[in-house]
Design a protein. Structure first.
Lengths: 242, 243
């Protein structure tokens, strides 16, 4: 059962990796599939900004408090440790660790009991981490760890697009572009939230469905919305004034 | 770490400014010394003109900016709409193929490496910080990190204009413009609608509001996102005269 799903996911991912694909949408789908395949509560991808800090680029849910929790790890937390060491970090019971007081408190507040971080590696370089949260304490078993790492690797491949990146320069160019696209998405969420009087999480869902139904890249649609060159916002939810 | 880098670089920039208002010229000067390049320039994109050179640190930089403008191609053009362009060797065949006019002309002018860093905040494209070096070769990890942090500083300086009192080096340090606080960018989007302005102006107004109320940008932005604070287009006093 799980294996059928797994192969479906890898086929889906491979299908996406064609020329000119939508990186942000790809990473977003990948975090959703992590949740489904690994049976965790939430997943997020964090990338280095090349100045030693991790930034969130995609998450399985755009709930503000979840994003804040991922972002909190720019300073401390399992994700930072995973990024620094290039090795997986698993905390099976957050209430039993005193290592990251600020992060642990925030995670408990959102209702998470366990956290896992898997490195995104390009040869010797670590470019980010896949962060998984679970509401139940417990370890990821061997099999799920293996799948999780495979998904982290797929994310790395998708992100870097070109099959043969040998130079730090190109890596930096790609990472910076992805990070800036994420800022752009946040701005577009704000525009839609205000235009349609919805919260920013809902605004993301609208942005995403708008991009899908018009077969446009998330970042292209977001740019058009931020520039004001997009005359029609995506459909507001039924029952709300436009 | 990141914040240490920023503090260190800002101290250098403030030192070059000698207590005066920090401008992109000071950021360029520190870019040259920190990243081991020979020259630096900042070009901005304005509505009226596609590209305007705000500052060039020397003759080479202004010649190269002129070339970019005349030929309409090169890493410094690509960086305005795309990501960073880090070109270690302009004489390499793939560079000649990509920029057939610019690459040989730049080499002829004595420049072998160009590092063009976009000055952008999401959909806001302010311009580009261009670093030029006679010798070919890439930036090392530290130099690259410094260059990216300085591009961020140049963005902040452009957005804040001459608003701030720079007398105390750390007091005047502008808030960075990166992804750390998504609410800042969400609020920027919301304020574009509230005020009917561009995203650049919305961000300028948010930053000016935070500065004039002595609050952190992220806190002001959080209030906007939570709809505790609205920007009113008819109220000019609200935002300390920015924009």
């Amino acid at each position: 059962m799980a294996e059928i799903q797994l192969s479906d996911v890898f086929v889906e991912m491979a299908d996406t990796l064609v020329d000119d694909f939508d990186v942000l949408e790809f990473l977003h789908v990948l975090t959703e599939r992590c949740v489904q395949l690994l049976g965790v509560s939430a997943a997020g991808l964090l990338l280095t900004d090349q100045q030693g800090t991790l930034q969130v680029v995609a998450a399985s849910s755009e709930r503000t408090r979840l994003l804040e929790l991922f972002q909190l790890q720019t300073d401390q937390g399992p994700c930072v440790d995973c990024f620094r060491t290039g090795r997986p970090v698993s905390v099976v019971d957050l209430s039993a660790t005193g290592r990251w007081p600020r992060f642990t408190a925030a995670a408990a507040e959102v209702g998470f009991a366990a956290v896992h971080a898997l490195p995104m590696r390009l040869r010797s370089e670590v470019i980010g981490a896949l962060n998984l949260f679970d509401s139940q304490p417990g370890a990821l078993d061997e099999g799920r760890l293996y799948i999780g790492q495979a998904l982290a690797d797929v994310a790395t491949i998708g992100l870097l697009q070109q099959r043969a990146i040998h130079r730090r320069d190109i890596l930096t160019e790609q990472l910076q572009t992805a990070l800036n696209s994420r800022v752009l998405i946040e701005q577009a969420k704000g525009v839609l939230a205000e235009r349609l009087q919805v919260d920013v999480g809902e605004a993301f869902a609208l942005l995403r469905s708008g991009a899908r139904s018009h077969n446009r890249r998330l970042s292209d649609l977001a740019q058009a919305i931020v520039d004001g060159s997009e005359p029609l916002p995506p459909q507001p939810p039924a029952g709300r004034p436009g | 770490m990141n914040s240490e880098r920023r503090v260190r670089l800002w101290a250098l920039v403030a030192n070059v400014a000698q207590g005066g208002t920090v401008g992109v010229d000071h950021v360029c000067a520190v870019s040259v010394s920190a990243t081991g390049v020979d020259a630096a320039a900042v070009a901005v994109t304005l509505r009226a003109t596609p590209r305007e050179v705000l500052y060039a640190s020397d003759r080479t930089a202004s010649d190269l900016e002129e070339l970019t403008l005349t030929l309409g191609e090169g890493p410094c053009v690509d960086a305005i709409t795309g990501g960073p362009g880090l070109v270690a060797d302009l004489a390499a065949p793939q560079c000649r193929a990509r920029w057939p006019a610019f690459a040989p002309a730049a080499v002829l002018a004595g420049v072998h490496a160009v590092f063009a860093l976009p000055l952008q905040v999401g959909g806001i494209r302010l311009g580009v910080l261009d670093l030029y070096r006679a010798r070919s070769g890439g930036l090392d990890g530290e130099q690259l990190a410094d260059a990216l942090a300085l591009a961020d500083t140049a963005c902040a300086v452009l957005l804040d204009g001459g608003e701030r009192d720079r007398s105390a080096p750390d007091e005047g340090r502008p808030e960075q413009v990166g992804l750390q606080h998504p609410e800042v960018h969400q609020a920027t989007g919301m304020v574009t609608v509230q005020l009917g302005v561009t995203a650049a102006v919305a961000l300028i107004r948010l930053r000016a509001f935070a500065y004039s109320h002595d609050r952190r940008l992220r806190d002001v932005a959080g209030d906007v996102v939570a709809r505790r604070l609205r920007f009113d287009p008819t109220d000019d006093t609200q935002v300390g005269g920015a924009g």
